[in-house]
Design a protein around this ligand. Structure first.
Ligand code: GDP
Ligand code: IMO
Ligand code: MG
Length: 429
């Protein structure tokens, strides 16, 4: 397929980074299309662990060119740190391997401050954001006062826009107890210096990607967050501020409407969420500790970006179906099947009981999940590479999800490592 769009179909942290790394080896370009450093994508390669917040997970592979799309909001401080981290790990980072859209927006220290201020003001109604300034940066974008990467190329304009922005931020925080203003000159100095470093990476990536498609190159669009966190179709207001859905890849990357598009939906074998908001299948019994882990294993459910323990629960088939439909998912990739080993019973929510509602994501606490029970299985699945080598009950669980979704599950991931995956279709190798 010329354009593959990979998205998470739960509340984020489905293992997108792990899948992008797997697929990157077949790609010419890997392009991140949404969000900012609120994302945290973890990739394990042997002893090495990469936690990326902004750079596409395809950057680890030497082959594809990495792209950051127009729809992103990018904190240049975090970006430069990440670029340095990769270089120190022996991965080349230069303008022939990394392109940043001139239309992407900048996240500033002012946006971070406002994010924290907004959360403090919400009190008990807080969203539980990552505090990375994502909401305020998208607010400025929609308000037409955002600062573009293109502005980094025009020093006078950058200084004017930063001054106006930071003065506004400082005015808002000036009299709020517990918050301090940020010296505007310092921000201008920092951003002017970073502009010089980033200048060679800034490009019209839409043009580059359209040309690549016309030459038959393969592009993987990498989503961030998860469909249930989508600003338009998620559980508003407990969402992020960007569009996390597959169709936004076309808008963010500026690739028009390519004919050959495949949407890969990634989900984990159970459900997790960081931050506030509804979670109908959340569990609070002895299963919680098994699904979350205690933090001793690298894949235990603690946020990659904030370290917060993730809330955990059973797979929610109702939401999964809804999100697969919204995204136009063509094929599915399942992660973390290995984590369910040892549970006597595995559950999947197949319906919501109670009164019928127009939109279950907007009713806040009023849906009652109905579960289908599956017999569990024993044994460590992390070394399994062949479908038929999985315990039969594990296969039944995967097949039941597949039948419920009516979408093929083409990959079953059984561990965080690149090779810990079962290909169900030999064409995917
Ligand atoms: P992303 O945000 O969707 O990229 O996901 P994260 O990286 O935030 O969280 C997924 C976590 O699960 C990471 O620590 C991965 O290394 C890990 N992981 C991914 N797939 C598997 C799997 O099949 N089994 C196990 N045990 N861990 C996995
Ligand atoms: P990846 O790409 C999980 C959640 C936050 C919070 C809400 C709003 O790693 O899957 P924000 O800082 O975006 O304004 O916070 O969205 N959130 C994520 N949860 N994975 C993510 O990204 C997330 N990005 C944002 O926890 O509930
Ligand atoms: Mg994550």
């Amino acid at each position: 397929m010329a354009l593959d769009i990979l998205i998470g179909v739960q509340w984020g942290d489905e293992g997108k980074g792990r899948f992008v790394d797997l697929l990157s080896q077949q790609m010419d370009y890997v392009a991140r299309f949404a969000g900012g450093d609120n994302a945290g994508h973890t990739i394990h390669i042997g002893e090495r662990v990469f936690k990326l917040h902004l750079l596409p997970s395809g950057m680890i592979d030497p082959r594809p060119i990495s792209v950051l799309g127009a729809g992103m909001v990018i904190n240049p401080v975090v970006l430069l740190k990440e670029m340095e981290f990769l270089r120190e790990s022996g991965i080349p980072v230069n303008p022939s391997r990394l392109l940043i859209s001139h239309r992407a927006h900048l996240v500033t220290p002012g946006h971070r401050l406002l994010d924290q201020l907004n959360e403090a003001r919400r009190g008990a109604q807080k969203i539980g954001t990552t505090g990375r300034g994502i909401g305020p940066a998208y607010v400025d974008k929609v308000n037409r006062s955002g600062i573009l990467f293109n502005d980094l190329l025009i020093p006078d304009r950058l200084i004017d826009k930063l001054t106006m922005h930071m003065e506004e931020v400082n005015q808002r925080v000036r009299d709020v107890v517990g918050f301090e203003t940020i010296p505007v000159d310092q921000v201008i100095d920092d951003y002017t210096a970073m502009a010089e470093i980033l200048r060679p990476y800034i490009a019209d990536v839409g043009e580059v990607l359209r040309q690549a498609l016309s030459r038959g190159k393969r592009i993987l669009a990498e989503g961030a967050q998860g469909a249930l966190l989508d600003i338009d179709h998620g559980g508003y207001p407990f969402v992020t501020s960007s569009s996390c859905l597959a169709p936004n890849a076309l808008l963010s990357l500026g690739v028009g409407m390519p004919k050959d598009v495949r949407v890969i939906g990634v989900f984990k074998a159970f459900q997790t969420r960081v931050g506030e908001g509804d979670f109908p299948t959340e569990v609070f019994d002895e299963t919680t500790a098994i699904l979350r882990g205690d933090g001793s294993k690298p894949w235990d459910e603690f946020g990659t970006t904030t370290g917060r323990p993730r809330r955990v629960g059973w797979l929610d088939g109702v939401l999964l179906r809804q999100m697969a439909a919204l995204n136009g998912v063509s094929v599915l990739g399942l992660t973390k099947l290995d984590v369910l080993s040892g549970l006597p019973v595995v559950k999947m929510c197949t319906a919501y009981g109670g009164q019928k509602v127009l939109d279950p994501l907007l009713v806040q606490g009023q849906v009652e999940p109905t579960y289908q029970d599956f017999p569990g299985w024993e044994g460590d699945l992390q070394s399994v590479r062949k479908w038929l080598d999985l315990p039969s009950n594990a296969r039944h669980y995967v097949e039941a999800i597949e039948a419920f979704m009516d979408i093929p599950i083409r990959w079953v991931s059984v561990g965080p490592e690149r090779q810990q995956v079962i290909y169900r279709d030999e064409d995917d190798r």
